[in-house]
Design a protein around this ligand. Structure first.
Ligand SMILES: Cc1cc2nc3c(=O)[nH]c(=O)nc-3n(C[C@H](O)[C@H](O)[C@H](O)COP(=O)(O)OP(=O)(O)OC[C@H]3O[C@@H](n4cnc5c(N)ncnc54)[C@H](O)[C@@H]3O)c2cc1C
Ligand code: SF4
Length: 546
């Protein structure tokens, strides 16, 4: 029986009801009957990248009657045929094209930071969907670090609410930032979540269940979660939200074309007028050109700046939108240390979704500390291969590694997200190395600052304290990174960023950027919900309803 809430969501995004209701996961008819544009049609908008930002934009504009084609370099996934509930078997979900890493603290690329194919990185993201705090939008004014957004939290709030309903998000009432509730009740928690709640409670730290974009109960034709813990392998069940199931079906039913396996190589600009004409792309080994009235780039924080730099021309010799040397700069990654604790009783952390419980108690700047901004703590629950990586990163090998592996069911694991600051020298440039298509690959240089290091040290201490308080007899902590954002940030003017508050590029009036690259700061929240909200807001601006 549909609820009033279900009906309200369905009226603006029918995706969950367009999925099949017969035990399969893909609406093949919708894909087969998809509208197909010709390269020579001047469509209203061509979108590069079908992930968090690109898919929301496609769905919103298709609903408004725009002629939209979204091109993605990867496949149009079919969960039944393409995905397996198996760590090793899911490697093909990641963007594993070559990238060069540099700087004092280089960031490893691959499974942990970007995806390929329709749905983007959210296909194998964990599923946490917190909002940013109001303070994230004015860190320069308030703390003298990071940047002020040309937007406020209040500008984004209605879009947060809308996307939370469309995913939908489950969780307890959220006491941090702008306190708010969620459309679905919190999920029951497994062993890892219980340990986090117990340890936090003993230390007087508030921790809450959620917020996760995993359906709690049936939603449209999406079944509820079966708690088998393969969220980072694509969720074959369709319980975990990703644009592949939450926005693409509705986009297709409103006439959008999703062109998979189409690698965009260049945004083409009229050298006389400076306006975008469309994009060059490769499909089935052939070079093609899609003409369009407008172009939106949403290829992720590494590939978006790379594409802009690879789109240099006579009029834009240093790369598109790069007259003020802003493209690729202020790229951010969150410090993501991970602490595991051993318990005599079995924990079996794999028997639940990895995203279960979080605390944002340490999110804001604490004047008593010698660093600015803060961190969040969440359950992470690695599966065996990722657990082996955790143990090996601690220096254990051979027999010791085998012993830790056979003891896997006794371990619990927490992760932090530390707000590393946006710095101009942390950036994407083009490397000398070329990819299989002969295009220069991205070089990503990253170095931490003292604030980053101090923050990460404190996050490690708090996680270890929580696990000890919960009864762990041994804890092991490693440093990691997560969640790249920035690289084409929004700003008040073209000397400080690449796009304006509506995601429109300063340099090319009919070119938009609508992915995580536009974020000027990152808070210590997981970014996907904010990326989708920013894209939904840009869509309203484009259709004149903002
Ligand atoms: C392991 C993992 C866990 C994560 N967990 C969480 C979490 O719990 N919560 C959260 O909020 N976030 C999480 N994230 C991050 C989140 O998934 C990303 O921040 C978000 O998906 C980024 O959105 P985007 O639109 O910028 O890019 P993406 O979603 O990555 O989409 C970019 C798309 O562009 C395509 N593309 C790139 N270049 C081209 C080109 N030249 N031509 C055509 N197509 C192109 C790619 O194939 C891809 O599909 C996680 C990410 C990973 C990898
Ligand atoms: S635990 Fe739930 S959300 Fe995660 S993969 Fe399994 S069914 Fe999907």
């Amino acid at each position: 029986m549909p609820t009033i809430f279900d009906q309200a969501v369905r009226d603006r995004n029918e995706s969950a009801w367009l999925l099949p209701n017969d035990g399969t996961r893909t609406n093949h008819r919708l894909r087969r009957d998809m509208r197909r544009f010709d390269d020579t049609d001047e469509i209203d908008l061509v979108i590069v990248g079908c992930g968090a930002g690109g898919s929301v934009l496609a769905q919103r504009l298709a609903r408004k009657g725009w002629r939209v084609a979204a091109l993605d370099a990867g496949p149009f996934w079919d969960p039944d045929a393409d995905w397996v509930s198996d760590e090793a078997g899911s490697h093909h979900l990641y963007w594993t094209e070559p990238r060069v890493i540099a700087g004092d603290d280089p960031v490893p690329m691959g499974s942990n930071n970007s995806g390929r194919g329709v749905g983007g990185s959210m296909v194998h993201y964990a599923g946490y969907t917190p909002r940013f705090h109001p303070s994230d939008f004015s860190t320069d004014t308030d703390d003298g670090v990071g940047a002020d957004w040309p937007l406020t939290y209040e500008d984004l709030k209605p879009y947060y609410q809308a996307i939370e309903q469309e995913l939908p998000v489950a969780g307890e009432r959220w006491p941090w930032g702008d306190p708010h509730g969620y459309p679905q009740r919190p999920h029951p928690v497994g062993g890892n979540g219980e340990i986090f709640l117990r340890g936090a409670d003993k230390l007087g730290i508030t921790a809450k269940v959620g917020p996760v974009a995993i359906v709690n109960g049936r939603f449209g034709n999406r079944p509820h979660c079966i708690y088998r813990g393969f969220c980072l392998q694509g969720c074959k069940v369709n319980a975990k939200a990703s644009p592949l199931i939450t926005h693409i079906p509705d986009a297709l039913s409103h006439g959008a074309e999703i062109r998979a396996n189409a690698m965009v190589t260049q945004v083409v600009v009229d050298q006389r007028t400076g306006r975008a004409l469309g994009v060059n792309y490769l499909l089935d080994g052939r070079e093609r050109f899609q003409r369009a009235r407008m172009v939106a780039v949403a290829g992720y924080s590494i590939e978006t700046p790379r594409l802009l730099l690879n789109s240099a021309s006579r009029r834009f010799p240093d790369g598109l939108c790069n007259e003020f040397d802003q493209v690729g700069r202020y790229l951010m990654v969150q410090g993501a240390p991970q602490t595991a604790g051993r318990f005599d009783a079995e924990v079996r952390m794999y028997k639940a979704p990895p995203p279960e419980v979080s605390s944002e108690e340490f999110y804001e700047t604490d004047p008593a500390r010698d660093y600015k901004r803060g961190f969040a703590i969440q359950t992470v629950s690695p599966l065996p291969i990722t657990w082996a990586e955790h143990v090996a990163a601690q220096g254990h090998w051979g027999r010791a590694l085998r012993e830790y592996m056979s003891d896997y069911v006794h371990w619990s694991c927490l992760g932090s997200l530390c707000e590393f600051l946006a710095l101009p020298e942390n950036r994407v440039t083009l490397a000398d190395e070329k990819d299989a298509h002969g295009l220069p690959v991205a070089q990503f240089a990253y170095s931490q600052c003292d604030n980053d290091r101090a923050l990460m040290k404190q996050a490690r201490t708090v996680m270890e304290d929580i696990l000890h308080a919960a009864g762990a007899d041994e804890v092991i902590t490693i440093n990691r990174y997560a969640h790249l954002v920035g690289g084409a940030r929004m700003a008040a003017d073209e000397r400080h960023g690449v796009v304006d508050r509506n995601c429109r590029s300063f340099a090319v009036p009919n070119l938009y950027i609508t992915d995580g690259s536009v974020l000027p700061t990152q808070g210590s929240a997981n970014p996907a919900l904010t990326i989708m909200a920013v894209a939904a807001r840009a869509a309203d601006h484009l259709t004149g309803t903002a």
